[in-house]
Design a protein around this ligand. Structure first.
Ligand code: PXG
Length: 456
């Protein structure tokens, strides 16, 4: 039996297109992090994107409330990036970066590290956030070994952390469903407690006041294993995927103090917070806390071409630069590390961020956005609202016996009313492109409010 939709077939139910055939057979593509059966019965297909809006295959405009998947920070269809990609792919489609090189990734690494304060001087390229995380964990392990402290092999993540889907990332990650199906994962991993508490932080604006003491849990983990066995702590400075959890005031500083005291590396996973999401270049700048390694992806190319990276301090890089000068110092890399087309997209993206002052613009919009997010405090079924920079969350009470369903219905309805909002469990998250204006925030709020009001 094939449940494939032949061209011209019309799916039933809400979401059926009134006047357009489904263009493709939808069966073959096994979709990531998606309810495949429901999607294929009621597809939501985009065919164009410009500025803040997607165009659906049936010609409707849909406001992008989540910058794609937290990545399209410069907005869609930016000519400068499109041209840079076209030019690069025509000039030189691919050249290796193992033993050979080409100019653009060198330039991009210099420009990204120049956006950050000292002591970040080096950048390793990957193709995604997941690869960035696994790369950072490997750098941390190999760093200690290079320093003669090879017993430092334990990695510490945090509950409710999301670090992508590689085995390293899910091992240190703390989202139950992303871990529970996949066996033993990395050994030698512990988790800090997450920092969210409805009881103490409900409807917090920006960083919650309660919770800095949760960083002290690291001292207990150190006491249990001894610092000489611990390599690194990895956290998202603001947990994103799990539903926008800004760090309690003082929490990240405390983590930095404890890790530094014990010679443990601190890794900030800035796959979401990098490139202006908080109104600064990176979260390290926003919180004035300096980790040893920073992972990034998404906004590096504004989502146009896949690319990620790990930014390292001079100290970390220098620790690897020993041994005979013909020998490889770090046995790691991807075929497409520093891909020329991705690097071209990255350079053009950085130009746009700079020329249009987009990080500053995000900072200026943030107070308005905060009011918008908190305008849901009194909405039906809403149990929490949270925000920082241009990240906002509206948490709905789960329905009895059907966790996640209420938010899922909200997402589907919002799409039909003209907004793309992303969800995790029963939390709706907003993260508009940094080019958003107040009117876009108003439109997003208007549609979301209507949708939430309409749900039982
Ligand atoms: N770290 C963090 C902090 C992330 O947010 C990754 C690593 C993995 O990146 P890649 O490029 O491998 O996907 C992420 C990715 C969502 C959503 O809806 C979030 C992500 C990806 C897709 C959807 O919250 N974050």
């Amino acid at each position: 039996m094939s449940s494939a939709h032949a061209a011209g077939a019309q799916p039933a139910g809400e979401g059926a297109y009134s006047d357009q055939p489904i263009p493709n057979n939808l069966e073959a593509f096994w979709m990531p992090f998606t309810a495949n059966r429901d999607f294929k019965a009621r597809p939501r297909l985009f065919s164009g994107a410009k500025g803040l809006y997607y165009t659906t295959v049936d010609g409707r405009q849909v406001l992008d409330g989540s910058a794609g998947l937290w990545c399209v920070n410069a907005g869609h269809g930016r000519e400068k990036i499109v041209e840079a990609v076209q030019k690069q792919v025509a000039e030189m489609d691919f050249a290796p970066t193992f033993n050979w090189g080409h100019p653009k990734p060198f330039e991009l690494a210099s420009r990204v590290t120049a956006m950050l304060p000292q002591p970040y001087e080096h950048m390793f390229f990957t193709n995604s956030g997941s690869e960035s995380v696994d790369t950072a964990l490997k750098i941390a392990l190999a760093y200690h070994r290079a320093k003669g402290e090879g017993t430092r092999t334990r990695l510490i993540g945090r509950e409710r952390g999301y670090h992508g889907v590689g085995f390293g990332g899910i091992s240190v990650g703390g989202m139950v469903k992303n871990r529970m199906f996949f066996g033993s994962m990395l050994g030698n991993v512990d988790h800090l407690p997450h920092t969210h508490s409805l009881e103490h932080q409900q409807h917090s604006r920006g960083q919650p006041e309660w919770g800095a003491h949760l960083a002290d849990e690291l001292e207990n983990i150190v006491a249990l294993h001894d610092a000489s066995n611990i390599a690194a702590v990895i956290v998202e400075p603001v947990a994103g995927s799990t539903g926008v959890l800004p760090p309690p005031i003082g929490y990240l500083k405390r983590l930095r103090e404890i890790t530094a005291k014990h010679g443990i590396l601190l890794i900030f996973d800035e796959v979401i917070t990098g490139f202006g999401r908080l109104g600064t270049s990176f979260a390290t700048e926003y919180f004035d806390v300096k980790p040893d390694l920073i992972t990034c992806a998404k906004g590096l190319t504004s989502g146009v071409i896949p690319m990620g990276g790990v930014i390292a301090t001079k100290e970390i890089y220098d620790a690897f630069m020993h041994g005979p000068d013909y020998a490889i110092e770090f046995f790691h890399g991807y075929t497409y590390s520093g891909h020329p087309v991705a690097a071209a997209a990255g350079l053009a993206t950085l130009d746009i961020y700079q020329e249009e002052g987009l990080f500053q613009r995000a900072a200026e919009l943030a107070p308005y956005f905060e009011e918008a997010v908190h305008s849901f405090e009194d909405a039906k079924n809403v149990i929490d609202t949270r925000n920082i920079g241009l990240m906002g969350a509206i948490e709905l009470a789960p329905r009895d016996g059907a966790p996640g369903k209420r938010a899922y219905e909200a997402m589907v309805k919002a799409f039909h009313k003209g907004a793309m909002i992303r969800i995790t469990a029963d939390t709706i998250a907003f993260s508009p492109p940094l080019i958003a204006e107040k009117k876009h925030i108003d439109e997003l709020v208007g549609i979301t409010r209507e949708v939430i009001d309409s749900l039982d």
